[in-house]
Design a protein around this ligand. Structure first.
Ligand SMILES: [Zn+2]
Length: 276
């Protein structure tokens, strides 16, 4: 997720060399009080040395000579130095703009764990009734547990939920809730990291320590690793799932410019019409 991490100030502190920390703290101190905006201002300033022409970020509109490396095994040109989006964020943004009516149709949207750069753009669109939700994000307009949503049946036209389910112990309950609050002709984007080398999802509720979760699930706050049965798990809640490979349809020059992956799917989840 590219929303400001809960410990964003700590992350910023670690990113500044110790000798310069006193000056940096003085300079950004006032910004700390408006956390999301301060975070974006910091990223914007940090991006200035990277301005160039080779890469374009479709999310923030920035043009750069390179993107930042990112990942446990750092991938070159992965992270936008301005808005923090990675390959998957940029691909999904392109998909939303090119393949959906999100920017033109009158829609009610429920956005779980809102990514800051999406939030910043979508909240100002006059065609949307835009609701953000999370268990503790400062960007959420509704604080909730995704397995018990305080919304009526068939409330939203669109649900955006990216990289959430791998954190949720009962992901099936969360998926059923998304199916319940989605209108019959609605659509949802439900993304999670998928390990394509695994046939089946691996989860073990006895793995609870941060160290063990990092070892088995790849991140301290993950509770499972999804396998190739990910789509089947979404379908179990009632969704019809289409894996769309927009990256394969993009001309190579654009794919390179946006630094998006060719073979990353966008999971579009459609609600089957209710009978009767
Ligand atoms: Zn960007």
């Amino acid at each position: 997720m590219c929303s400001p991490p809960a410990n964003w100030f700590g992350e910023l502190k670690r990113s500044v060399p110790t000798a310069k920390w006193g000056v940096a703290a003085w300079a950004i101190g006032p910004l700390r009080r408006s956390r999301p905006t301060a975070w974006y201002v910091w990223l914007w300033l940090r991006s200035l040395p990277y301005i160039g022409k080779r890469f374009v970020c479709p999310c923030c509109g920035g043009r750069f000579r390179k993107f930042l490396a990112y990942g446990v095994r750092p991938r070159p040109n992965a992270r936008c130095p301005r808005c923090g989006t990675r390959e998957r964020h940029r691909l999904l943004w392109l998909y939303l703009k090119q393949e959906t009516g999100l920017f033109s149709e009158s829609l009610s949207v429920l956005h779980f764990a809102p990514e800051f750069i999406y939030y910043r753009a979508l909240r100002s669109l006059p065609n949307l009734f835009y609701v953000t939700a999370d268990i503790d994000s400062p960007l959420a307009s509704v604080a909730l547990d995704i397995t018990h949503c305080p919304f009526g049946d068939e409330t939203f036209d669109v649900i955006l939920c990216s990289h959430v389910l791998e954190h949720v112990p009962d992901d099936q309950a969360a998926t059923r809730e998304m199916y319940r609050v989605l209108k019959p002709d609605g659509w949802a984007i439900i993304h999670s990291p998928v390990d394509r080398s695994r046939a089946e999802t691996f989860e073990d509720p006895t793995v609870v320590s941060a160290k063990e979760r990092e070892r088995y699930f790849g991140q301290v706050d993950h509770v499972r690793v999804y396998g190739r049965d990910y789509v089947g798990r979404l379908e179990r809640a009632g969704f019809t799932v289409r894996a769309d490979y927009l990256g394969r349809r993009l001309p190579r020059v654009l794919r390179t410019s946006y630094a998006v992956k060719k073979n990353s799917p966008v999971y579009l989840c459609l609600k089957r019409p209710t009978s009767g």
